[in-house]
Ligand binder design. Structure first.
Ligand code: CDT
Length: 311
């Protein structure tokens, strides 16, 4: 038996600060139409896909900062993307900075939505692992102020039955943490969608810079295999406002193998036919959670936050 879904990793090259949402949506429409020509069912756009990666700057003026957030989805600027995707019958994942009012309080999240092939928003995820720092650290070549500009996501990781499979979402730094995949694995996920912005240079640990692509591959391939799921992981990349971000957008099979990968650091569409039933032999045998997991022995994972080595 096969359940094929054709996935498109819609990598975006750099978005400079001067680029408007309209400019970006036009680039997305080009990728979307290319996807349609190749019979793609669902495309994945990156994290914070509508603007430049603004956490690289310490911005004190709240009004200036707020320009990077979306107050509604779709908005007048993003509606053409929703309309065209619906017309072409293509689902999509879209990452954006969300500003919302909940219980009379303004809240800001690093968010992704999943839209089905009929144009309905079927799922929302708010990034949980926020990397970087909260205060201005002028010694850095550039800032990484996600901890300042976003709250920790409050929706956990869910999965949704849509487009013929069980879909889940994560955002960028989440992909480095095994808990991310396992929580979706425990909900039977078959297709994990991830968008990212990964600067090559990490100021506190520059000795890791040369390993950026390797670490990217390592985590998505292991996450896929250990949970018997497909992973489509998509970059915004290239040199954005003087800061280089890695590409390497990938489609990974439940075998752990990369079956499609971007070659550029620019707008690029990577396509793969993904058989959702390829998840079965992993979910039924080596990673049959019901048969082999021992949750009683894992209590420390939720009871302890930081490592405490023996005395
Ligand atoms: N956007 C994002 O989460 N980027 C991080 C950079 C880590 S270094 C602060 C990532 O994990 O790729």
């Amino acid at each position: 038996m096969t359940r094929i879904i054709t996935m498109g990793a819609a990598q975006l090259g750099p978005i400079q600060r001067a680029h408007s949402r309209k400019d970006v949506v036009e680039r997305m429409l080009i990728l979307l139409r290319d996807a349609a020509r190749h019979g793609v069912d669902c495309v994945v756009f990156p994290e914070l896909a509508l603007t430049t990666f603004f956490p690289r700057w310490y911005i004190e003026d709240q009004a200036e900062l707020d320009c990077f957030y979306e107050r509604e989805m779709p908005s007048a600027e993003t509606k053409p993307l929703f309309d065209e995707a619906k017309r072409l019958k293509i689902g999509f994942y879209l990452g954006y900075a969300e500003m919302t009012i909940e219980d009379g309080k303004t809240r800001r999240f690093n968010t992704a939505i999943l839209v089905d092939r009929e144009g309905n928003i079927v799922g929302k995820y708010r990034k949980i692992h926020l990397p970087g720092h909260k205060e201005h650290e002028p010694w850095r070549a550039f800032q990484h102020l996600e901890k300042r500009y976003f709250e920790v996501g409050n929706l956990s990781w869910k999965t949704w039955r849509t487009m013929g499979g069980v879909f889940g979402m994560a955002i960028c730094n989440d992909r480095r943490w095994p808990e991310t995949y396992r929580i979706m694995g425990l909900q039977g996920v078959e297709m994990v969608l991830i968008g990212y912005n990964t600067p090559r240079h990490n100021p506190p640990s520059p000795e890791h810079d040369r390993l950026s692509e390797f670490h990217n591959q390592l985590v998505i391939q292991s996450g896929a295999y250990q949970n018997g799921t497909w992973v489509v992981s998509v970059a915004k990349c290239g040199v954005e406002e003087g800061c280089e971000m890695i590409g390497n957008s990938s489609i990974v099979a439940p075998t752990g193998e990369v079956i499609g990968q971007a070659l550029t650091q620019d707008d690029e569409l990577v396509i793969a036919r993904c058989d959702l039933d390829l998840t079965r032999s992993f979910k039924d045998w080596v990673f049959n959670f019901e048969r082999h997991r021992e949750p009683d022995q894992y209590r420390m994972i939720v009871e302890r936050k930081g490592a405490i080595p023996p005395a």
